[in-house]
Design a protein around this ligand. Structure first.
Ligand SMILES: [Zn+2]
Length: 257
């Protein structure tokens, strides 16, 4: 394995971190917009409660006006009835008065109904107002949390970028270019681990002699997967000393040092 490969593995690790931080940062404006839409509902509820209240008030004025009109008529009929000459005319006026009084009673009943509706509408508006206030406060808190999160991620991103500079420093120019080219084409990934003689980038079998080369500490070659083009590496430098039970802590009985 080329001596720069361990640096490239580290570079890949930090580049993946940077990509995650970047996409998290990019998600904040959308998250803030989404949080804002919670207010839209609460604002709409307040507006419709206000509208309902205005509607009720106008109904109330209408019935008040009607009752007043009928009352005026009753007064007029009473004035007239003191001046009428015939019983028939008097009876006709009494009939009109009774009719007008029935209309007054009806209009007053309606006013009562409307007043009850007004109380409901006022309650509804009060509730909508307090819900809007709550939503406003919780949104402000949510935004504050998000801003703090974004600041935290920005800090991590800066640290990762600084770390990247250090990691990439010893990597030769041509390998940097190769890494960058592949990463750009392959969605930010340039490296693929070889495990069980398979490229973990695409699953293609890697030829045994290449696996041997990757494990060799003296090899200066850079190998790329024939199928996906990623730079291959292995984390299994000594294939023969693997403990049979797979435990890393087990002492090797075959060791003769
Ligand atoms: Zn591959």
């Amino acid at each position: 394995m080329h001596p720069a490969i361990p640096h490239l593995i580290e570079l890949q690790r930090v580049d993946h971190q940077i990509a995650v931080f970047r996409s998290e940062l990019e998600s904040f404006p959308k998250r803030i917009r989404e949080a804002d839409t919670k207010l839209t509902g609460a604002r709409g509820e307040v507006a419709s409660a206000k509208e309902a209240l205005a509607q009720v008030a106008s109904e109330r004025r209408k019935f008040e006006f009607e009752a007043q009109e009928w009352k005026d008529r009753v007064r007029k009929y009473r004035d007239q009835s003191s001046a009428v000459k015939t019983n028939d005319a008097y009876r006709a006026l009494q009939h009109e008065i009774a009719n007008a009084e029935a209309e007054i009673a009806k209009a007053e009943d309606r006013q009562l109904e409307v007043m009850m509706k007004a109380e409901d509408a006022e309650r509804r508006l009060k509730l909508a107002d307090s819900r809007l206030k709550e939503a406003d406060q919780s949104l402000a808190a949510e935004k504050k949390t998000m801003e703090a999160q974004a600041a935290e991620i920005k800090k991590k991103l800066e640290a990762a970028a600084a770390e990247r500079e250090k990691i990439i420093a010893p990597v030769p120019e041509d390998l940097r270019d190769l890494y960058t080219r592949i990463a750009k084409r392959r969605g930010g990934t340039a490296m693929a681990q070889v495990r069980d003689e398979q490229c973990r980038g695409c699953g293609l079998r890697v030829l045994p002699h290449i696996v041997q080369e990757l494990r060799s500490e003296t090899s200066e070659e850079v190998y790329r997967c024939e199928s996906c083009g990623l730079i291959l590496y292995t984390l299994e430098p000594v294939p023969y000393a693997k403990p049979a039970d797979g435990s890393a802590n087990a002492a090797s009985p075959a060791s003769t040092n």
